[in-house]
Design a binder for this molecule. Structure first.
Ligand SMILES: [Zn+2]
Length: 76
């Protein structure tokens, strides 16, 4: 019984460890608007899962038009 239970568990462990996808969140220091990498900003043409460094340099905060430099990474 124990062996049967352990089998799929062991198989899981034998798989190469996949890199954990960590998405970050960035906050506008001017207005507090949050950019979530996991969510992206589809209405502005930024697909979900887009890392911050792939957001166009000329992108502006949708709330206050702050530049990317005015954003800071935040831990949630
Ligand atoms: Zn802003």
């Amino acid at each position: 019984m124990q062996y049967i239970l352990c089998e799929p568990f062991a198989a899981k462990f034998n798989q190469p460890t996949r890199e954990k996808i960590v998405t970050k969140t960035w906050m506008c220091l001017i207005c507090g608007w949050i950019y979530d990498e996991a969510a992206g900003l589809p209405e502005e043409g930024i697909p979900e899962g887009t890392p911050w460094d792939q957001v166009p340099m000329n992108w502006l905060c949708p709330e206050c038009a702050a530049r990317k430099e005015d954003f800071e990474m935040v831990e949630i």
